[in-house]
Design a protein around this ligand. Structure first.
Ligand code: SAM
Length: 252
């Protein structure tokens, strides 16, 4: 059974944030919390769903450490594709101050929409974005998100955490969210050069904790797009090839 099919097996509590007090007692899919995908429940529960750990881990130094102190540079690379005043979609929460930094970068003439499937992440992101009224955090699975279109989509370290079947769905959904001239920015892992001193460490971490990440060592992100010819693709790597930025701009 593939991961998408299995993702329907976890019972979820109703999302109290989205249910009006006078809601009818009949259960409606419109007011149900999104189901947690199986890959998230089984592989990433400890770091993204366990409320106590989320509280501990949702800090800037954690992201910096995980990303070998390259987080600021990578964030800058992502933000360099985004101008003040644009409408931006961030298709998953990121620990630390990424979302508030992005909101500050966009400014009040623009808008930021963050989507996350985990309620605990949604609450945390809402807290961090309290000072930015033009930022909205949606509780949804990104593959079912109906908002948009957006000037820019900024997908930061989400793809390596999802199975390939989800990579296809997410990449195509995000590409669908932009009009001609607009772009989707992916920042994520990439296969490091053979001599990279951190290649072995990264490989061991991926083999033990991140089973879907090495797919980005073997495949180009554009290969997950079903209509890739409708986009102009730009790719650059950094830190000895360990990270990549890929920008897909929809052709006119
Ligand atoms: C962006 S990724 C990791 C980013 C980065 N490594 C960090 O340190 O935060 C983690 C987030 O993606 C969310 N997520 C995973 N699959 C998702 C999906 N299908 N739709 C929306 N959010 C998803 C998780 O709930 C989690 O909050």
């Amino acid at each position: 059974m593939d991961d998408v099919a299995r993702s329907t097996t976890y019972p979820q509590p109703l999302n109290s944030l989205t249910i009006p007090v006078d809601a009818p007692l009949v259960e409606s899919p419109a007011v149900m919390a999104p189901e947690i995908p199986a890959y998230l429940q089984e592989t990433y529960y400890w770091c993204y769903l366990n409320p106590r750990n989320v509280k501990l881990l949702d800090r800037e130094f954690v992201v910096r450490t995980i990303l070998w102190q390259q987080h600021r540079k990578l964030q800058k690379l992502a933000f360099s594709e985004i101008r003040a005043g644009q409408s931006v979609l961030q298709p998953a929460s990121v620990y630390g101050s990424f979302a508030p930094n992005l909101a500050a970068h966009i400014g009040p003439e623009g808008s930021l929409d963050v989507v996350d499937v985990a309620e605990v992440q949604v609450l945390s992101a809402r807290g961090k974005l309290r000072e930015y009224p033009f930022a909205t955090v949606h509780h949804a699975n990104i593959v079912n998100f109906t908002g948009g279109p957006f000037d820019v989509v900024c997908c930061y370290f989400l793809l390596h955490e999802v199975p390939d079947v989800y990579k296809y769905r997410i990449v195509n959904l995000l590409l669908d969210k932009v009009n001609p001239g607009d772009k989707v920015v992916f920042v994520d892992y990439h296969k490091p050069r053979w001599w990279h001193p951190l290649k072995l460490n990264t490989s061991i971490v991926f083999d033990t904790l991140e089973p879907f990440a090495k797919s980005l060592w073997r495949n180009e992100i554009r290969e997950f797009a079903s209509e890739s010819e409708q986009f102009h693709w730009y790719k650059e790597t950094c830190f000895g090839g360990l990270f990549q930025k890929v920008v897909a701009t929809r052709r006119n």
